[in-house]
Write a protein that binds this ligand. Structure first.
Ligand code: DHB
Ligand code: FE
Length: 288
């Protein structure tokens, strides 16, 4: 049986990828941020999974106003870093896991979540920056530590899915993983956020108090957090703060949500302001 061993939550600011790719991680501006992920990179080496199920959002890179899937699962064998205007990042291609991804698609769709199935997908900073933060710099002809199943959520064009729907989807993903025959150690990652607004009169907005409350609630009261409506995210965390609903998918996939005896262990918590225009938040939770 496959099982979800841990969840990882992290922001995905594109400038973090640029800092890594241009060798700037030890510059005064970036050093405190990368220091906050040192524990995480060691934890990844010590807890290397067989597969990462990586929930992220595409930023009008692979998708556009032509086609807007609410939830899209990558069932392909490989995915290449997207050209977001400056050429593709020189990081390894992402190797998929078509067998587990197809099984999850089958199971989750039968649990009444209508996923879009994607075989061809270029992945943008939403997916590659969390991999770089957690796995460190990799040569372009190297490899990420394990296969990755990309799971894209529309948080760019309204209407976007509610926190409650994301939380419930996480539960279904856990059931899907646990019904896969092969003995696989799977990590589930929720990415994006925290508070940020890239446009309009409130561009640059960061709300440290709200973000830290979100981190507390995500750990201890995720079912209550799932009830927070969109308007609260937008008011409190800015227009792009809505990316945080993706964290509820990963949290909903943790064991304690249906089995209170299995409280997760907080292995690491980090918060840093700012990186580019964004508040960076990070959590590692292990299933109890
Ligand atoms: C920034 C943050 C994001 O989440 C994003 O997708 C693009 C830019 C930023 O802070 O610059
Ligand atoms: Fe983003």
């Amino acid at each position: 049986m496959a099982r979800i061993s841990a969840s990882v939550f992290t922001s995905h600011v594109p400038a973090i990828g640029v800092a890594i790719d241009q060798g700037k991680t030890q510059e005064a501006y970036w050093q405190p941020l990368f220091q906050g992920y040192e524990y995480s990179r060691q934890w990844m080496r010590d807890n290397r999974p067989d597969v990462i199920f990586l929930i992220y959002n595409d930023h009008a890179t692979a998708f556009s106003l032509d086609l807007i899937p609410t939830f899209a699962i990558g069932t392909g064998a490989e995915y290449f870093p997207a050209d977001e205007g400056w050429g593709p990042r020189r990081v390894p291609k992402v190797v998929g896991h078509p067998q587990l991804a197809s099984h999850i698609a089958q199971s989750v769709i039968q649990q009444d979540f209508d996923l879009t199935i994607v075989n061809q997908l270029d992945v943008d900073h939403g997916l590659t920056v969390p991999l770089s933060l957690m796995c460190g710099e990799q040569p372009v002809d190297g490899a990420w530590p394990c296969p990755v199943i990309p799971f894209a959520v529309n948080v760019v064009q309204y209407p976007v899915p509610s926190g409650q729907r994301c939380f419930n989807l996480g539960r279904s993903i856990r059931k899907a993983v646990e019904s896969f025959d092969e003995d696989l150690n799977v990590q589930i990652w929720g990415t994006g956020g925290m508070s940020h607004q890239l446009q309009g009169a409130r561009a640059g907005l960061i709300n440290q108090e709200w973000d830290n409350c979100f981190l507390d609630q995500l750990v201890h009261h995720p079912a209550t957090l799932a009830k927070v409506p969109h308007i609260d995210y937008v008011r409190e965390a800015g227009s792009e703060g809505i990316e945080l609903v993706m964290w509820l998918i990963a949290r909903g996939a943790m064991a304690d949500v249906d089995d209170p005896a299995r409280t997760p262990t907080v292995k690491h918590r980090f918060y840093h302001v700012p990186a580019s225009n964004t508040a960076v938040g990070h959590l590692i939770l292990e299933n109890g």
